[in-house]
Design a protein around this ligand. Structure first.
Ligand SMILES: Cc1cc2nc3c(=O)[nH]c(=O)nc-3n(C[C@H](O)[C@H](O)[C@H](O)COP(=O)(O)O)c2cc1C
Length: 354
């Protein structure tokens, strides 16, 4: 059973591989009459694209989206929105070393075992290049959700952590540095660390925090499709994600109920927000905030021992153009997946009561 479609009513199906002709998708279920800001869509793609700064992969791709259907005179028509992004800067020979060998902690072995063959060029379908299609659909979902705002930022790179309260972060500062950390001094520290890690031929992980504001009460479908459960699934579907926590998360386990409860104001807002804007799987009108943990990605420019498809031990040296740390580019991907989840719940909410 394939798993290339997200959503129940607001649906995205993606296609394509890293070194194929193009990647793209079909968005089905976006209501008619939405006036689209194409520049805003391209802007989100530019925030994800490779080669955007010295601390990301140097693959140079313009990542320009081309729409084929579902939009007429600037508005959605309610019919499937088909789109593609052409792959223009593949260097497939950089990947000949993984044709018959498996990068440790990448998806090479499991794809081979599961499907019996594999487009190894650039990692094929397992490459995070696929997430550009999610960013296109997410940017449309964001426009459907307005005035709800979704902003993500980098809150940790390795052991360098931003001391932050998501409700107080100055979100206008996020795009002012290549790391996408809203504190300039911490961002510089993170940037220098990523550069040093790249020089070592190594990689480092990090955390992306996301804040959603002005979401009405009532989004989320208990009991299996709770809002936080769907957000968690969406985030965990992003390449290299190892963890998800919302609200007080794991730190909440160290508190007592008397410390942890969010007491009500008379307008039903809460004095604190340890619930992270979700109670019983339903949005409660407070800000939603969550953290997404990304691992240090697998491809390192160092010698490593691995195995080939015959099960023999072989030495492997990473090649090609790779990200030393993916969190700066993951920021718009996290926002996009959050937008897709919320757009779907916005439509589903219309079925809740007479
Ligand atoms: C924006 C982004 C860029 C990535 N770039 C790389 C990369 O350059 N090299 C690499 O080995 N993995 C990279 N990854 C991660 C791999 O796609 C991912 O680790 C791989 O598909 C295996 O999946 P898993 O880590 O989720 O198990 C990137 C992930 C993201 C989100």
């Amino acid at each position: 059973m394939a798993g290339n479609t997200h959503g129940t009513l607001f649906k995205l199906t993606t296609f394509g591989e890293s070194h194929g002709k193009a990647i793209g998708g079909v968005i089905d279920g976006c209501p008619a009459g939405l006036t689209l800001d194409i520049t805003a869509i391209q802007n989100d793609l530019d925030r994800r694209k490779p080669g955007q700064s010295a601390i990301v992969t140097q693959r140079k791709e313009p990542d320009e989206v081309e729409f084929f259907s579902g939009i007429f005179e600037g508005q959605t028509t309610g019919t499937p929105i088909g789109f593609a992004i052409h792959n223009t800067n593949q260097k497939s020979k950089d990947y000949s070393h993984i044709k018959d060998s498996y990068r440790p902690s990448h998806a090479d072995y499991v794809y081979d075992e599961k499907y019996g063959l594999r487009d190894y060029r650039g990692g094929g379908r397992s490459s995070a290049r696929e997430t550009a299609s999610r960013v296109v659909a997410g940017a449309i979902a964001k426009q459907f959700l307005a005035p709800v705002t979704i902003n993500a930022y980098v809150s940790a790179v390795g052991t360098i952590q931003l001391d932050h309260d998501p409700s107080k972060v100055d979100l206008s500062q996020i795009e002012n540095n290549p790391v996408r950390c809203p504190d300039a001094a911490v961002a510089t520290e993170m940037e220098n660390y990523i550069k040093a890690i790249r020089k070592e031929g190594d990689t480092v992980g990090g955390i992306v925090t996301c804040v959603i504001k002005d979401l009405p009460v009532g989004l989320g479908e208990p009991v299996f499709d709770k809002l936080h459960a769907e957000l968690g699934k969406a985030m965990l579907s992003i390449n290299a994600v190892k963890g998800f926590e919302y609200g007080s998360g794991f730190a909440g386990t160290q508190m007592k109920g008397s410390q942890h409860n969010d007491l009500f104001n008379t307008d039903a807002s809460t004095k604190t927000n340890r619930s992270g804007g979700v109670q019983g799987g339903i949005s409660n009108g407070m800000d939603i905030y969550f953290n997404v943990a990304f691992k240090p990605v697998a491809t390192i420019m160092q010698n490593q021992e691995t195995i080939n498809s015959k099960g023999e031990s072989v030495a492997m040296q990473g090649k090609g153009r790779h990200d030393p740390c993916v969190v700066p580019r993951a920021v718009p991907i996290v926002e996009a997946m959050a937008a897709l989840v919320l757009a779907d719940f916005k439509l589903l909410k219309r079925t809740n009561k007479i």
